[in-house]
Design a protein around this ligand. Structure first.
Ligand code: NAD
Length: 245
C-alpha cells in the first residue's frame, strides 16, 4: 500500500495505458480520479470491485475551463491531488506533406497545451502541501524515426522540455516532475493503426516483445512514490531498450 493516503489524478485513464496506471495506483492505496473525455466509469467499477477508491470525472483537457471545473470536482470528492499523471494523448499517423495546420494544432493542443492547463489547475494544491508528483507521458519516438509523426514527435519533445522546465520551477515546493517514454504499446488505439508497426518496432528493441500497458506501471508507481524524491526533470525510457540514452 505504497500510495495509501494519496490522491492521484490520471488523465486519459478511461482506457489504454491510463487504465493500467489507474488500476496500479489504486491497488497500491491511492484514491484515483479517472479524468477523461470518455466515460471512465468502467475503470472506476474495476477499482471499486477490487476494494479500491476511485471516481470518474469527464472533461475536455484541451479546454482550460473544463480542466478548472474538473479540478474543483476532484478536490471536492477526493481532496487535494498529490499526484498528477498527464497521460492523455493522441498520435494520428500522417505524412507531413499532407498534414494540415489544423491537424498539427490538434496534436499540440492535447499533447502539449493540456499539460499546461492541468499543471496550472493542480500545482497550487501541491505547493500548499509541500509535496507533489507530476508524470508526463512522452514517447521513445522522440529518439527514433517513424514516418508520419512530425507533429507527434514535436509535441512529445515539447512534453520533455515542459518536464524539465517545470521540474526546475517546482523543486522548492517538494514537487517532482518526470516523464515516461514507452515504445509501441498494444492498446485499442494502436491496434487500430498501421499493423506493420507491430512487426517493425519490437525488432528494434533489445527486448523483442510487443510492449503492453502493464510494462509501464512499475515505473509510474516508483516515480510517484517517496523513493523517487530525488529524481526530477528526467525522462525514463521504459521501452524494452530501444532508445539507449
Ligand atoms: N500506445 C502507444 O504505443 C504509446 C507509445 C508511446 C507513448 N504513448 C503515449 O501514452 C499515452 C497513452 O496512450 P494510449 O495508447 O493509452 O492512448 P489511448 O488512445 O488508448 O487513450 C487516450 C485517452 O485519452 C483520452 N482523451 C483524448 N482526448 C482527450 C481530451 N481532449 N480530453 C480528455 N481526454 C482525452 C481518450 O478518451 C482516451 O481514453 C499518450 O500520451 C500517448 O501519446 C503511447
Amino acid at each position: 500500500m505504497r500510495h495509501e493516503g494519496r490522491t492521484a489524478v490520471i488523465t486519459g485513464a478511461a482506457g489504454g495505458i491510463g487504465r493500467a496506471y489507474a488500476l496500479r495506483l489504486a491497488a497500491e492505496g491511492a484514491a484515483v480520479a479517472v479524468l477523461d473525455r470518455a466515460d471512465g466509469s468502467p475503470v472506476v467499477k474495476e477499482i471499486l470491485d477490487a476494494g479500491g477508491r476511485a471516481i470518474a470525472v469527464q472533461a475536455d483537457l484541451t479546454d482550460p475551463a473544463s480542466v478548472v471545473a474538473a479540478q474543483a470536482e476532484i478536490t471536492e470528492q477526493l481532496g487535494t491531488a498529490d499526484i498528477l499523471v498527464n497521460n492523455a494523448g493522441m498520435y494520428p499517423n500522417r505524412p507531413f506533406e499532407t498534414m494540415t495546420f489544423e491537424e498539427w494544432r490538434a496534436v499540440f493542443t492535447l499533447n502539449t497545451d493540456a499539460l499546461f492547463h492541468t499543471a496550472k489547475a493542480f500545482v497550487p494544491g501541491m505547493r500548499e502541501r509541500g509535496w507533489g508528483r507530476i508524470v508526463n507521458m512522452t514517447s521513445n519516438s522522440v529518439g527514433l524515426v517513424i514516418p508520419g509523426f512530425t507533429h507527434y514527435v514535436a509535441s512529445k519533445m515539447a512534453a520533455i522540455g515542459f518536464t524539465r522546465g517545470l521540474a526546475t520551477d517546482l523543486a522548492d515546493a517538494g514537487i517532482t516532475v518526470n516523464a515516461i517514454a514507452p515504445s509501441l504499446v498494444r492498446t485499442a488505439t494502436t491496434e487500430a493503426g498501421p499493423a506493420e508497426f507491430f512487426e517493425i518496432v519490437p525488432q528494434l528493441q533489445a527486448i523483442r516483445q510487443v510492449q503492453v500497458p502493464e510494462d509501464l506501471t512499475g515505473m509510474l508507481s516508483f516515480l510517484v512514490s517517496d523513493d523517487a524524491a530525488f529524481i526530477t526533470g528526467q525522462t525514463m525510457y521504459v521501452d524494452g531498450g530501444l532508445v539507449r540514452s
